[in-house]
Design a protein. Structure first.
Ligand code: PGA
Ligand code: ZN
Length: 424
């Protein structure tokens, strides 16, 4: 039984305030969750409530959201059974009363939702992945490690937001992390040798002053080879262009590269990259408002490349159902704060799996030391996680948690590897 619900403002990885919530049960079990925050957010995401007072935190304060947790939300949550996650989440959504959670804020609701799950797990003396996923939860995800940052996550001219490596040929999750780290350090040396800066962007990847996707992909492929791995067989490439960010008036405006591409030209460009490099997955290849483009690209390459919807679905089960029905991609990114409660995020995962779609559990560009998504990846058995680079503790915390989970599962642990990308 929930005894108290409290919240505070803490710092996220960009140094902005975010909501951290504690749920305390009558038996003394504590659950704590800190809410992440995006920079290239989808238009249909649940609303992150910010104070908007320019005199404090440059308008980014979360005092109102914190107040909602300890006020209205606590008053309905206290006394409830923490094991009834779905019941609590329904009450939270109803209390907010809006479709986009804009009254109380998704950042207020999500902290309570996740902290309650963690408190309940603690009360059962179970790790979170086991509490939520049961004894069958033993699939460690294929990590998509973001080693070159661009777009809204860095100040360089690179138009595409993320270039990732996925150790498809590793035997264990711990080995995948080692392979990723080795490539990351080779890439640092290569970039430095080529005269590039080796500072990192929001997700811990390098942010060199490159202009084109090909330049970035060439650096990554070379780093994989020079480390001693085979591009494709051992390590696949993943991109997140975050295309909504540079889609203006029906045209994809590549500011860094200095070209404009129509939706068909943009899709053709992506198809060339997918065919020229060992690209196994592309997230948000097309903009959230370019559904025709999405369908065109899916028809073109959907049989040989995972196409993951982030901005276009916003972890929203309704939007996902529509996308499944109309052929928009073949995979969904799941970010719990895009929808605001754990139950709704899990429903989105279940809907994707029923349709034979793949699911990628994901962080946000603004993160904290909270590692809940690592457990969610294992609990749902989704087999894929995207949680940034091999540097910055806000990113490595999730990898480290998965290393612990793999160790704890022992012999029964299985690593998803590249097989998870193949659709039936
Ligand atoms: P965001 O970016 O967290 O800044 O929205 C991550 C992504 O686009 O996947
Ligand atoms: Zn994305």
């Amino acid at each position: 039984v929930i005894q108290s619900v409290t919240a505070r403002a803490v710092l996220d990885s960009r140094g902005n305030p975010t909501v951290e919530t504690d749920v305390l049960l009558a038996d003394g079990s504590l659950g704590r969750a800190a809410v992440p925050s995006g920079a290239s957010t989808g238009a249909r995401e649940a609303v992150e409530l910010r104070d908007g007072d320019p005199g404090r935190w440059h308008g980014k304060g979360v005092d109102r959201a914190v107040g909602h947790v300890s006020g209205e939300i606590a008053s309905v949550a206290v006394g409830r059974d923490a094991d009834d996650q779905a019941g609590l989440d329904a009450v939270l959504a109803a209390l907010d009363g809006t479709a986009d959670k804009s009254r109380l804020g998704a950042n207020a609701l999500l902290g309570v939702s996740l902290a309650t799950a963690k408190a309940a797990a603690a009360a059962h003396r179970l790790p979170l992945h086991r509490y939520l996923g049961g004894v069958d939860a033993r699939l460690l995800p294929l990590p998509m490690m973001n080693i070159v940052n661009g777009g809204a996550h860095a100040d360089n001219p690179l138009d595409f937001q993320e270039f990732m490596i996925a150790p498809v040929g590793a035997q264990t999750f711990a080995e995948a992390v080692r392979m990723g780290s080795e490539v990351f350090h080779t890439l640092r040396r290569d970039l430095r040798a080529a005269g590039h800066a080796t500072g990192v962007g929001d997700e811990g990847g390098f942010a060199p002053a490159l202009r084109t996707a090909r330049e970035a992909l060439d650096f990554v492929v070379r780093a994989i080879e020079r480390t001693g791995y085979r591009p494709g067989e051992d390590i696949g490439l993943v991109m997140d262009p975050a295309s909504s960010e540079f889609f203006r008036d029906g045209v994809y405006v590549y500011a860094g590269e200095g070209v404009r591409r129509t939706p068909s030209e943009h899709a053709a460009h992506l198809t060339e990259l997918i065919d020229a490099y060992p690209v196994v997955s592309v997230e948000d290849p097309m903009a959230e408002d370019d559904l025709d483009g999405w369908r065109e690209l899916t028809a073109r390459v959907g049989d040989r490349c995972q196409l993951t919807g982030d901005d276009v679905f916003c972890t929203n089960e309704k939007l996902l159902r529509e996308g499944i029905r109309t052929g928009v991609g073949n995979s969904v990114l799941v970010k719990v704060n895009q929808i605001g409660t754990l139950t709704e995020a899990l429903a989105t995962v279940a809907t994707a799996h029923r349709a034979g779609w793949t699911v990628v559990m994901s962080h946000r560009s603004g993160e904290t030391e909270d590692t809940t998504i690592a457990d969610l990846a294992v609990a749902t058995g989704c087999g894929q996680i995207k949680t940034g680079s091999l540097s910055r503790s806000d990113r490595t915390a999730k990898y480290n948690q998965l290393i612990r989970i793999e160790e704890e599962l022992g012999e029964s642990a299985r690593y998803a590897g590249g097989a998870v990308l193949r659709r039936p």
